[in-house]
Design a protein around this ligand. Structure first.
Ligand code: SAM
Length: 247
């Protein structure tokens, strides 16, 4: 009977995002929440291995060089994975309430979205977003799901201004619960943006303006009315399965 050789490094190692640049032989100094997390929560000791990524140079195996109560230094040893090529999908979404928008951002990162663009529409209830909190969610989700890249998130923009900024260089898939091309067959390879509405939906005027936008295609995500965050993730999943990196 063949004994499977356990993979090295094991994917179960702690995984941390640190600011670039990482390379073999570099010493990374940590303090604050990250040092506390590794030292006091995970109780890592000198010599313990972990994985690091910096969002640009892939993933690295490192080990604890020095472990203090408030500080830690990590020695970067070898590359374990090159930087991933994330499919060029942006999610333009009308923000929903706090807890649910955090969940949406976390899941969008896990599903492989490259860029997040909050879009303020007439029926959007939440028009302010704490981008620092969103970025912290992006880092945490990337640490968890094994990504080597970080999704970006832009400052919220009004729908009219967003539509004016489009030049047709990207396909714009507009999730429209009133009907559109079936998501199973609507997507074509190439840079794309998925646009989803707020809880109250787009106004008829907004829907008409979106349909006129360069590169726009209305898509249907099935016969049921999905919650805004469900629609966003269902659309992302359908795109990833059809033309993303799930193939
Ligand atoms: N205006 C609708 C209503 O109140 O009956 C509901 C809006 S829905 C909760 C929020 C957003 O999710 C919509 O603007 C749309 O972008 C998307 N959505 C929900 N269900 C969808 C479906 N079946 N097909 C395509 N998009 C959908």
């Amino acid at each position: 009977m063949m004994i499977a050789t356990p993979a090295w490094p094991p994917r179960s190692l702690p995984r941390l995002y640190v600011a670039p640049p990482l390379s073999a032989g570099v010493l990374v100094a940590l303090d604050g929440p990250q040092a506390n997390y590794l030292g006091n929560v995970l109780r890592l000791k000198a010599g313990d291995p972990l994985l690091l990524f910096d969002g640009v140079s892939g993933e690295w195996l490192a080990s604890v060089a020095e472990a203090g109560k408030k500080r830690m230094s990590l020695a970067v040893e070898q590359s374990t994975r090159p930087q991933e090529a994330v499919p060029d999908l942006a999610l333009a979404f009308a923000p929903v309430k706090k807890g649910r928008v955090d969940w949406l951002v976390e899941k969008a990162v896990e599903l492989g979205v490259a860029r997040l663009q909050p879009v303020i529409t007439q029926r959007t209830i939440v028009d302010k977003l704490n981008l620092d909190r969103m970025r912290a969610h992006i880092v945490e989700a990337a640490e968890q799901c094994g990504r080597t890249s970080l999704s970006t998130i832009d400052a919220p923009v009004k729908l009219e201004a967003y539509l004016r900024s489009l030049d047709g260089s990207r396909a714009l898939y507009f999730a429209d619960e009133t009907g559109g091309a079936p998501a199973a067959t609507a997507f074509a390879p190439g840079p794309a943006t998925l646009l989803t509405g707020p809880e109250g939906g787009f106004t008829p005027g907004e829907a008409a303006a979106i349909r006129q936008a360069p590169g726009a295609t209305a898509i249907s995500l099935g016969p049921r009315i999905l919650r805004a965050e469900t629609a966003a993730l269902a659309g992302v999943a359908a795109w990833m399965a059809a033309v993303g990196d799930w193939g």
